[in-house]
Design a protein around this ligand. Structure first.
Ligand code: ADP
Ligand code: MG
Length: 704
C-alpha cells in the first residue's frame, strides 16, 4: 500500500460525484472542500457541466491530474473509479460511498473487489462507508460533517462517522483543535494500525484519540501503538464489550480470557489508555492537548465551598494525584491576605463570603509555591462572588503560569456563562469536583518508557519434537481434550512436574506408589472428566498401605457420579507438600485478534470464584511475567505474608515464559491450563494439566 501522505497532505483533490444538488452528500463534501482547502479542487461528475460556478469534468481521466480522490458515487460505479484513479496517477482514495460489506452479500463481494483494486494500484483507500478525512494544516475538509474542525494537535480516528461529527462539534464548543481526522468506515484497506503508524511519524500530532469497535491485526496494532505511545498518548474507546459468548468451561483460562479482557490487556501492554465514555475521551484529549504532563503530582485546591472542597480532596487523595503540602512561607502569606476564618492549609478555603479578588490572592499564592504541580479552583455560587470575574482571575493565572490550571465552577446557568469565559482562556472547566480531579489525573499518567521492546527469553532446552509427538499420539486416538496423561509436554518444556505414572490395575497402582515413594496422590484419568475434584476424583496424601483401597474407591466414584465416563486409568503422583506454598494458575488461550493470551493468577479449586487473575498478550517476556505477578491481589501471599516464606518468583516467571514459548511453538494447542502450579520457596511444580488440541491450528494475527 502506498504512503498515507496523499490522504493527509494532498496538493490537489478530485471529488468524484461532486454536485450542487441540495441535500446531497456530494454537495456537502464540495462545500466543505472549497471552504478552506489550500490546494486545487476538481469536481468530477459525468452528468454535469459545472458544480456551482466551477467547471465539472466528466471523468477522472479527463480531469487535470490530482493526488487525492474523494469518491461519493453510487456503489455500482465505485470500483471503476478506483481503477480509473489508479491509472491516472491518483495516490490516495477516500471512499465515502456506502453499500459494501456493511450492507449485504453483493456489497461484501464489492468490498472484496475494492480491496483487490486498491492492491492492484498500490493505493491507500479509506473506507468505504466513510464520513471522510480532514487535515487542518492544509485546510482539507473532505468530509460531510455539518461542522468544520479547527486546527489543533489532536488527531482523531473513528470507526463510526457519527462519532466524528459529534467529536467535531464538541471540540468546537470547547475550543479544542484537530490535526487530522479520519473516519475509517469499513476499514477495508487502511485500518487503525496504518493510521497510528502514520501519525507516529507526524510531528504535529500530540495526542491520538480513537473510537474503535474491532481490531483485525491485533499484533500489528500492539506494535504500532507500543512504538507511538511513549511520545504520543493514545486514548481509545473500544466499544462492543460483550464477550465472545458463553463458552463451555473446558478450561479455566478460556472462561477468564473473554475477548474484552484481551483488548484490555493489549491496550495496557501497548500503552493505550482505554476509556469507556465519550466524555472521558474528549476530556483526555483536551487536557493532553492543553497541558504538558505533570512535573509533580501535588495539587493545590482553592475553594470557597467546604463540601465540594472536601470532595476534591478525597478524589485527589485516592491517587494518582496528591494534595500539595504548602510551604510555610505560603501559609504565612495566606494568613496575611485571608480573613481569620479561612483555612490556609491545602485545600485552601477562602470561605463563603469570598469575592473574586480574595480568590485571586489565594490562587496566586498557591501557584507561586514551588511544591505545587497544578491548581484546581473549586467554587460554588454566592451572593458576593461574581462567576465571570472569577473566570477572568483564573484565565489570568493561566496566562501567567505553565502550571496546569483547572476550574470547577459548580452550578448550571451561572456556571455556563463563566464556562464560556474559561473556554476562551483555555481553562478546562468541570461542574463536578471529582471530574475536575479526573481531568487533572490524565496528566499524571506516565506512558511506558521508550525502551525497545524486550524479547521473550530464548530456551535451548525445550523439546518441541517430544511435545508434538505426545499431541500426535493422542490425536490418533481421537482425543482432543487432554489431561494429566499429557504432562510429558510440560516435561519437554522444562516445567517441573511431580513423578507420575498412570496405571490400570490395583496391583500396578501399588507398585507405582512404591517406585515413587512416600505418600502419593491418586487421580482419575478420563477424557470425559474436566474437573476431577467435582466427582471427588482426586485423593491426596495416601500412605502406601491405602493405595489399593483408594484405587477401588476412585473407580466406584466415577461409577456413581458419571457412569458414562471412560476411565483410561488412575494417575499415581508424588505428593507435594502444600504447606507454605501457593496454588497458582498459568494458562493460555488464543484470541482471534491478538493470538496467544496468557493468564496468571491465584489458582486451585476456586480460581473462578476468587477471580484474581491477570492477562497478557504473548509471547511473554520476563518483565511481562514479573508484571503479571505484581498485578494480582494475592501478590503479598506470594511474597511471604504472615511469616510464610516467600515463593520462588524467578521460578514462576520462568514457568510463565516457558508456557508461552510452548504455545508459540505448538500452534495445535488451542488452550492450556496448569492449575495448580504449586509455587513454594524452592521452585514451582505443575501438578495438573488441562489441554485442548485444535483440529486446525489457529494463526497468530500479525499480518493482513
Ligand atoms: P482438578 O483440578 O481436576 O480437580 P487437580 O489435579 O488440580 O484436579 O487436583 C485438585 C487439588 O488437589 C489441587 O488443587 C491440589 O490442591 C491437590 N493436589 C493435586 N495434585 C497434588 C499433588 N501431586 N500433591 C499435592 N496436592 C495435590
Ligand atoms: Mg486442577
Amino acid at each position: 500500500m502506498g504512503s498515507l501522505d496523499a490522504l493527509f497532505t494532498p496538493a490537489s483533490v478530485g471529488l468524484v460525484g461532486a454536485t450542487d444538488r441540495p441535500g446531497s452528500v456530494g454537495r456537502a463534501i464540495y462545500e466543505n472542500l472549497i471552504a478552506t482547502f489550500d490546494g486545487s479542487i476538481y469536481p468530477i461528475n459525468p452528468n454535469r457541466d459545472s458544480v456551482f460556478t466551477r467547471e465539472c469534468y466528466p471523468s477522472v481521466a479527463e480531469a487535470p491530474p490530482f493526488e487525492l480522490a474523494v469518491v461519493a458515487v453510487p456503489p455500482e460505479s465505485a470500483i471503476d473509479v478506483v481503477h480509473a484513479a489508479g491509472k491516472n496517477g491518483v495516490a490516495g482514495i477516500v471512499m465515502i460511498t456506502a453499500g459494501f460489506a456493511e450492507h449485504d452479500d453483493a456489497g461484501a463481494t464489492r468490498e472484496a473487489d475494492l480491496i483487490a483494486a486498491a492492491a492492484a494500484h498500490d493505493l491507500p483507500v479509506i473506507g468505504p462507508n466513510s464520513l471522510g478525512v480532514a487535515s487542518t494544516p492544509i485546510g482539507l475538509n473532505a468530509t460531510f460533517s455539518p461542522t468544520r474542525p479547527h486546527p489543533g494537535s489532536v488527531s482523531l480516528l473513528s470507526q463510526s462517522g457519527a462519532f466524528v461529527t459529534a467529536a467535531i462539534d464538541w471540540a468546537n464548543y470547547h475550543d479544542l483543535g484537530f490535526r487530522h481526522i479520519v473516519s475509517l468506515g469499513n476499514k477495508a484497506v487502511v485500518d487503525a494500525t496504518d493510521v497510528i503508524e502514520y501519525w507516529d511519524t507526524d510531528p504535529g500530532t500530540d495526542v491520538i484519540i480513537g473510537y474503535l469497535e474491532g481490531i483485525d491485526r491485533g499484533r500489528a496494532f500492539i506494535n504500532a501503538a507500543t512504538a507511538a505511545t511513549p511520545e504520543t498518548p493514545i486514548v481509545c474507546i473500544k466499544a462492543g464489550r460483550s464477550t465472545v459468548g458463553a463458552r463451555a468451561a473446558a478450561s479455566h483460562t478460556g472462561t477468564i480470557a473473554g475477548s474484552d479482557r484481551a483488548y484490555d490487556a493489549a491496550f495496557a501492554q501497548a500503552g493505550v489508555r482505554r476509556v469507556g465514555r465519550a466524555e472521558t475521551l474528549f476530556n483526555h484529549a483536551q487536557m493532553l492537548a492543553e497541558f504538558p504532563p505533570l512535573q509533580t503530582k501535588s495539587v493545590a485546591v482553592v475553594t470557597n465551598a467546604g463540601g465540594p472542597g472536601v470532595m476534591a480532596a478525597d478524589a485527589i487523595a485516592a491517587g494518582p494525584l496528591t494534595l500539595a503540602t504548602l510551604h510555610e512561607s505560603t501559609t504565612t502569606h495566606l494568613q496575611s491576605v485571608l480573613p481569620a476564618a479561612a483555612t490556609v492549609d491545602n485545600p485552601i478555603d477562602v470561605v463563603g463570603d469570598a469575592d473574586a479578588d480574595r480568590f485571586q490572592a489565594a490562587i496566586q499564592a498557591a501557584a507561586a509555591d514551588a511544591s505545587v504541580g497544578s491548581v484546581l479552583v473549586v467554587a460554588a455560587p454566592t451572593a458576593v462572588l461574581s462567576y465571570p470575574e472569577l473566570a477572568r482571575v483564573i484565565g489570568d493565572l493561566r496566562q501567567q503560569t505553565t502550571l496546569p490550571v483547572v476550574a470547577c465552577l459548580m452550578g448550571g446557568s451561572q456556571a455556563a456563562e463563566a464556562g464560556t469565559e474559561l473556554t476562551n482562556s483555555s481553562v478546562p472547566n468541570y461542574v463536578d469536583p471529582v471530574r475536575a480531579t479526573d481531568g487533572l489525573a490524565t496528566l499524571a499518567h506516565t506512558e511506558q518508557p521508550s525502551t525497545s521492546t524486550p524479547s521473550p527469553p530464548a530456551y535451548d532446552d525445550v523439546r518441541p519434537d517430544l511435545a508434538r509427538d505426545i499431541i500426535a499420539a493422542h490425536r490418533e486416538t481421537g482425543t482432543v481434550q487432554l489431561g494429566v496423561e499429557a504432562m510429558g509436554i510440560l516435561d519437554a518444556y522444562g516445567i517441573s512436574t511431580p513423578h507420575s505414572e498412570i496405571v490400570t490395575s490395583s496391583s500396578a497402582a501399588q507398585q507405582a506408589a512404591k517406585r515413587i515413594g512416600g505418600p502419593v496422590v491418586m487421580k482419575v484419568v478420563s477424557p470425559d472428566i474436566v474437573h476431577k475434584s467435582d466427582i471427588d476424583g482426586v485423593e491426596v496424601d495416601i500412605p502406601p498401605g491405602a493405595v489399593a483401597d483408594t484405587y477401588e474407591r476412585l473407580q466406584t466414584r466415577v461409577q456413581q457420579h458419571q457412569p458414562s465416563a471412560t476411565v483410561s486409568g488412575i494417575q499415581i503422583q508424588e505428593h507435594i507438600a502444600l504447606a507454605e506454598t501457593t496454588e497458582t494458575i498459568v494458562g493460555t488461550t488464543r484470541d482471534p485478534q491478538f493470538g496467544q493470551l496468557v493468564v496468571f493468577g491465584l489458582g486451585g479449586l476456586f480460581v473462578e470464584v476468587l477471580e484474581d487473575t491477570t492477562l497478557r498478550v504473548g509471547p511473554i517476556t520476563r518483565s511481562d511475567a514479573r508484571a503479571m505477578i505484581e498485578d494480582i491481589k494475592a501478590t503479598p501471599l506470594l511474597r511471604g505474608a504472615r511469616g510464610r516464606p516467600p515463593a520462588d518468583e524467578d521460578a514462576i516467571v520462568d514457568a510463565i515464559c516457558r508456557v508461552s514459548r510452548l504455545v508459540e511453538d505448538i500452534p495445535d494447542i488451542a488452550e492450556l491450563d496448569i492449575n495448580p502450579l504449586v509455587a513454594g520457596p524452592d521452585g514451582v511444580t505443575a501438578v495438573d494439566l488441562r489441554l485442548t488440541v485444535s483440529s486446525s491450528p489457529s494463526a497468530d494475527n500479525g499480518d493482513r
